[in-house]
Design a protein around this ligand. Structure first.
Ligand SMILES: [Zn+2]
Length: 472
């Protein structure tokens, strides 16, 4: 007991003792000396030696500061703030921090009100139950695993962040952080009156009339929730669905979209949503994002998407006042399909045939295009006539959404390129050869990805505020 008490006291000295500093300086001097004598060791060696030899010092400082902080935490329940009653005891725990393993002692006690055992210091330090990751390591796992496959994250995290964890441990920690992000997202999707933590964007400035643009799209992902069950389930005659839709959307103000020449437009500020949970949850999240970007103050709200029926039904439901626009490139594709059937072996001729019709689509003469196709149809081959029928039907369904020239005059996009490029980027991470996801796993990663994209990382990892403020 005396030994334990002594260990605790020595750990609560937050600063380094002079002899520890002297020892470090000596170690550093030795390393630098050897390095100076080596003709082939450049700055990289200097950086690495200083980093390695200072890491242990950092580890001790972190460990002691952590203990001091834990000791100062009041012994109250983190859920209800009631003081913990008797049966309190000190329990050690080892945490993996960015600079190595750190060990500390904290109080464990019983909350009579919540009827549970709690560690008040763990909550105050930002530690999670069932995890030994420090908040910085939690963040690294979330960031790396949401950006790259675990088998790559493993060596990258070891090299860049000094985290020596297996891919499965990294994945488990990222999943924990993703689950936390999903809970946070849930509270952010609640009606605005119930969201104290997130202020609307840009509404503090004097109000100029603005246009809000929403774009919606979907892509699919391969899942396997039933490892080892495929054959038995097939034999039972159950249908096995591997591919599932990920519903995505983005929203931004027109003035935040800059276009120089023919280059792809750049959007300086935007919100993204992505979910595997269905159309309705996606639309709810999009609505919350649009509210944050001034949905109710916008002079004009414009939705751009492809021809998928579910999109326009959902838009009609939730954004009834919005102007609807069919993505021009999807509209063009139907004309190209006809062109390629009429001139199957001659791309130049197909191009010549389609060009004036594309021009008519772009200048809001969709009725003229429909007329031309109708007139042509009886003289076409069976395949070309089928393509023409598809095009006519598509244009008839969407003709009210095909006002491109008027939109271009206002500087609005005619296509849903912004959301399509977001989808492509997400697919680069989520749709690789041989990858299978579980529903819980992909939703957690998608959620982390949107927090990162929407500049809300700080809500999950409050410590990033320090780097943001102090810069370099
Ligand atoms: Zn309690």
């Amino acid at each position: 007991m005396a030994a334990l008490a002594q260990e605790i006291t020595s750990q609560t000295q937050p600063c380094l003792a002079p002899e520890e500093l002297a020892q470090w300086q000596e170690d550093l001097a030795g390393r630098l000396e050897r390095l100076q004598q080596h003709p082939e060791q450049g700055l990289g060696f200097i950086e690495e030696q200083v980093r390695q030899c200072t890491l242990e010092l950092q580890r001790r400082i972190v460990e002691r500061a952590m203990q001091t902080k834990a000791d100062a935490v009041e012994e109250n329940c983190p859920c209800c703030q009631k003081p913990l009653i008797e049966r309190k005891r000190r329990v050690p725990k080892t945490i993996h921090s960015y600079c190595g393993a750190v060990r500390f002692y904290r109080t464990h006690g019983w909350c009579p009100r919540c009827e549970q055992w709690v560690f008040p210091a763990d909550a105050a330090l930002g530690l999670l139950e069932n995890s030994t990751a420090s908040p910085l390591v939690q963040e690294m796992c979330a960031l790396l695993v949401s950006k790259m496959p675990c088998e790559q994250a493993e060596p990258v995290s070891a090299r860049v962040a000094g985290i020596q964890w297996s891919r499965s441990t990294l994945a488990r920690e990222a999943q924990r952080q993703g689950d936390r992000a999903m809970q946070k997202r849930q509270s952010l999707t609640a009606p605005p009156a119930l969201q104290p933590s997130l202020a609307p964007v840009g509404l503090d400035q004097p109000l100029k009339p603005f246009t809000l643009i929403l774009q919606i799209d979907a892509w699919n992902i391969r899942e396997r929730d039933d490892w080892g069950q495929t054959q038995p389930r097939r034999q039972r005659g159950e249908e096995i669905k591997r591919w599932h839709w990920v519903y995505t959307a983005t929203c931004f103000r027109l003035e935040q979209r800059c276009r120089k020449g023919k280059r792809r437009a750049l959007i300086t500020e935007r919100s993204s949503v992505a979910t595997r949970q269905g159309i309705e949850p996606m639309i709810q999240q999009l609505h919350a994002e649009a509210m944050r970007r001034g949905l109710t103050q916008a002079e004009r709200v414009l939705v751009i998407a492809d021809g998928a029926v579910w999109i326009w039904n959902a838009v009609q439901d939730r954004f009834a006042q919005a102007i609807q626009r069919l993505d021009l490139f999807h509209a063009n594709a139907y004309l190209w399909a006809v062109a390629n059937q009429i001139h199957p072996a001659n791309t130049a001729a197909a191009r010549r045939w389609v060009k004036p019709l594309l021009q008519q689509l772009r200048t809001d003469k969709v009725l003229k295009v429909i007329g031309t196709l109708e007139e042509l149809k009886p003289r076409l081959s069976h395949a070309a006539a089928t393509a023409a029928t598809d095009a006519i039907e598509y244009y008839q369904n969407h003709q009210t959404r095909m006002q491109y020239a008027a939109g271009e005059k206002r500087g609005e996009p005619v296509g849903s390129g912004a959301i399509e490029s977001t989808c492509r980027q997400m697919q680069c991470r989520m749709k690789r050869c041989g990858q299978f996801w579980s529903t819980a796993g992909d939703e957690a990663l998608l959620c982390l990805e949107t927090f990162w994209r929407n500049d809300r990382w700080e809500l999950l990892f409050p410590h990033v505020a320090i780097t943001a403020v102090s810069g370099n």
